[in-house]
Design a protein around this ligand. Sequence first.
Ligand code: ZN
Length: 263
Amino acid sequence: MRTRQGRRDLAVIALCLDLSLLMLGFAALARDRQAEEQGVSQPDPARVAAPLPPRRPSGLTPQVEPPDGKGVNEPGGAAAPSSCIRTFEERGGVVLPSGGAGAGECAIDDPVTFQQLVMQDGSRVELDSAITVRCPFALELLAWVRDDLAALASRENARIAKLSGVGGYACRARNGDTTAPISEHASGNAFDVGGLLMQDGRAVTFAGKEPLSGSTREAMQKSACQRFTTVLGPGADSSHKDHLHLDMRQRPRGFRICQWVVE
Ligand SMILES: [Zn+2]
C-alpha cells in the first residue's frame, strides 16, 4: 500500500525523467544545427550542383536579333553569326574563323573570312589565299562568282577551280601610295583577282585573250561592271594592268567607274 510520501517520490522521479528527456532533445537539436553549419561552411563537393545560368525572363523569345541584323553576344563571349553571315553560308560561302575587324579608320563592320565558295552544281571554287571582307560585299562577290562567272565559264565547257592572285581587306592607302586617300580595301569593301584556273587546267588571266572567247570575256567585264560600283582592270592604269580591282564605293548621284578594256 503506497503512502502519500511514496506517491510524492514517484511524482518527483517522473518530473526528473521528463526534464532529462527535454535536455536530450535540446542536445540533439544543437548537434543538428552544428552539423548544418559545418555543412554550409564545408560543402561536400559531390553534392554541390553546378551553378545554373540566370533564368531568362518569361515572355522573351529565345534569341532577340538587333534591328540592324548584327550578331548578338552569346554567354561566354562568342558572337553569334550575323544574319548576313548566315545568308552567306546558305548561299555557298565557307566561313572561316574571323581574321579580325581592324580598328580606327581601318575598322570593318560585320567582317567575314573565307577561302572557298560552293557553286550551284556543288563544285568548290578555292581562293589562293583566305580573305576577309565586309559581309555585304562578300555576298556580292559570291553572287558574281557563283551566278555570273561560273555560268560564263560553262559556255566554254569549263568549271572554275580557283581564283588566283586574290586580295581583300588591307589597311592601306589606294594603290599602296601613302599620300593617296585610304583604299576601299581598308574598309573590307574591295576585292582584287588576277585570274581564274579551270578544273581542266586552263588558266584565264583577265589581262590576256586566252583561253576564253571574246564574247565570254566581254560578258565577264559587263557582269563585273553591273555588280560593282568600281571596276579597274587592264587598260585603266599601270596599277591594274595585270589584275581586276572590284569595290562597292558609294559616290554622289550613283556615279560608277567601269575601266576594264577587253581586247
Ligand atoms: Zn584593289
